[in-house]
Unconditional design. Sequence first.
Length: 158
Amino acid sequence: MTRLPPLALLALFAAAPLSARESLGVYDSWAAFKDASPARCYAIAKAGGKTAAPAYATVSLWPDKGVRGAVHLVLSREVADTGAKGARIRLTVGDKRFDLVAKGRNAWAADARGDAAIVAAMRSASRMSVSGGGFTDRYTLSGAATAIDAATVGCAKR
């Protein structure tokens, strides 16, 4: 798995205007940011290795919406809607497995309970992967817990 130096990682995620996004820090392979409007804080990482398109994992907080620890993955490939007969997308975190809801290049937990279980697993594992429809995106979780904590503290200071 390719690891980017912290400054390269920071530059990668700083695509929006600097006035709209505040860096909360870079922690190994994860970074944390705060957006002012709408108010949102998140931890983010880029999938390692070669992927068909850039893939990212985020854990977000939206204080004005009462959302905390929402897991969202941008997949490296487009997948069918996971509705009735859609593709099965599975997230593996350490030795735990989670089925995700997916549409297009996006995947997420089915509910807040699923988000909480995924985040708890992320805090104690060293790697995670998401797969389905002929692809696998891999992430290192080094720095994930600290980045999630930084995002939580960043939105608590509102």
